[in-house]
Design a protein around this ligand. Structure first.
Ligand SMILES: C[S@@+](CC[C@H](N)C(=O)[O-])C[C@H]1O[C@@H](n2cnc3c(N)ncnc32)[C@H](O)[C@@H]1O
Length: 425
């Protein structure tokens, strides 16, 4: 095993990062680039230092994490917060609402929670948001509270006028909001994380579980269960909702979507045994009816919108293997003819060869959707969007799926976002 491969494995063990979630080759390339920038005389000694969690380990983590985030990301979760606080407040008898955002990246999410609670009218002194991330560099930026245009991607920007002051091309967040949030460095997989008995009324854990392998996923759910109060609410990302069938959590339906709380009624034993295994197919069966049977969205007539040109980094990470590269265009053509199984086989090989291909995830989403599997399609569209945040067609299809299951505001947000980027050629 090469040094870079050893390091990728170490990352998987320590921070739960499943390299396949974004493309093994891509992660390996990032680690190799990092190693090139170092003078390493003794690889065994270097690896030893990493295992002990030295500064170099943190640098490697910084080189692979995905810090993508923006204010009021996805819209709907913050509607849930409004709803939740209006139910929580009357019974709270003046208590402080304790919230946790993990991972918080550069802080847009915890600050959005604080702004939502301020907008609701909770007195500032009753809002306490802890925000945790594994990457100290991101936390440093978060604490400054200075943001550029890329952090303001939601359709409604009225909060920016209320809580930010313009400084040239950037925006400084008001002290009122900044003081509500306390940033801490931490790893969700560290069993000692916040092990002082504290519990939260509201936890946001979004866009992290999708990068975890099953053991890390289980460890993360255990930590979240420990940190959530008995009446607390756990909010995860769209794609992660499918992942959260667990004997420990149950879904709570809200008019704008759903979240989770600690399970109050035990699962029947057979179901519980199934649910304890984090397999996507089993997880889907645990979801509320609204998700299990969404109305079929209307798809554009042509199934195989041509695969988008690969992003620069994809191409660099995974050069095509001459004569052996699975042909996505062929997969699209087969899908158009309704030969979904054959299309899926080719697309699956393309993804196995290059899991960081947004085009392949998008096409797989189309195939799954056409095959009547919107939940699986949703995961693929989410991954396509994660890999290429401007993938117009993935946004449109995802919007249709959200609409199909009654999430009008989520769909609307995606449509507006899609309108801001050019459609794929
Ligand atoms: C895509 S961002 C998500 C930010 C925010 N929750 C959102 O949805 O916009 C993922 C973040 O997870 C952090 N991260 C990765 N592994 C982690 C771990 N084991 N514990 C805590 N944070 C982690 C990364 O540093 C990165 O900032």
């Amino acid at each position: 095993m090469t040094l870079a491969e050893e390091i990728v494995l170490l990352l998987q063990l320590r921070i739960g990062f499943n390299p396949d979630s974004v493309g093994h080759e891509k992660v390996l390339a990032s680690v190799q680039a990092y190693l090139k920038s170092q003078t390493i005389k003794d690889p065994a000694h270097f690896l030893d230092g990493l295992r002990r969690g030295n500064k170099a380990f943190q640098d490697v983590v910084d080189s692979v994490v995905v810090p993508e985030t923006w204010f009021f990301r996805d819209g709907e979760p913050f509607e849930l917060v409004k709803r939740f606080v209006s139910e929580w407040n009357p019974a709270a008898k003046g208590r402080t609402m304790r919230c946790l955002s993990v991972p918080c990246a550069t802080g847009e999410e915890p600050y959005s929670i604080a702004m939502t609670l301020l907008d609701y009218g909770l007195p500032p002194a009753r809002i306490a948001v802890d925000a945790v991330d594994i990457c100290p560099l991101l936390l440093q930026r978060a604490k400054k509270g200075v943001y550029g245009a890329y952090s303001f991607r939601s359709a409604d920007l009225s909060y920016r006028d209320r809580y930010f002051e313009r400084r040239g091309e950037q925006y400084l967040l008001s002290k009122l909001v900044r003081e509500r949030v306390n940033f801490e460095h931490g790893n969700l997989l560290n069993p000692l994380l916040m092990h002082d008995g504290r519990q939260y009324d509201l936890i946001f854990c979004r866009n992290l579980l999708i990068y975890f392998d099953p053991p890390a996923w289980k460890a993360a759910l255990k930590a979240l269960h420990r940190l959530l109060s008995d009446a607390g609410l756990l909010v995860v990302g769209h794609a992660e909702m499918l992942d959260l069938a667990s004997p420990d959590f149950e879904s709570v339906r809200y008019p704008n979507g759903f979240a989770y709380r600690k399970r109050r009624t035990p699962l029947p034993s057979s179901k519980s045994a199934r649910a304890a295994t984090p397999r996507r197919t089993q997880r889907a069966a645990e979801q509320p009816a609204a998700l299990r049977a969404p109305a079929r969205p209307t798809r554009p007539a042509r199934l195989s919108a041509p695969a988008k040109p690969a992003k620069k980094q994809e191409a660099a990470a995974s050069p095509p293997v001459p004569g052996a590269a699975p042909d996505l265009k062929e997969a699209g053509r087969l899908a158009d003819q309704g030969r979904l199984d054959e299309a899926e086989t080719i697309c699956a090989s393309a993804l196995a060869a290059n899991p960081g291909s947004a085009g392949a995830h998008y096409l797989m989403g189309l195939i799954k959707e056409a095959g009547g599997h919107p939940r699986q399609a949703e995961i693929n569209y989410q991954r396509a969007l994660y890999l290429d945040s401007k993938h117009h067609d993935a946004m449109i299809h995802l919007a249709l799926i959200l609409e199909g299951r009654g999430d009008a505001s989520g769909a609307e947000t995606l449509r507006k976002r899609a309108a801001r980027v050019r459609p794929s050629a």
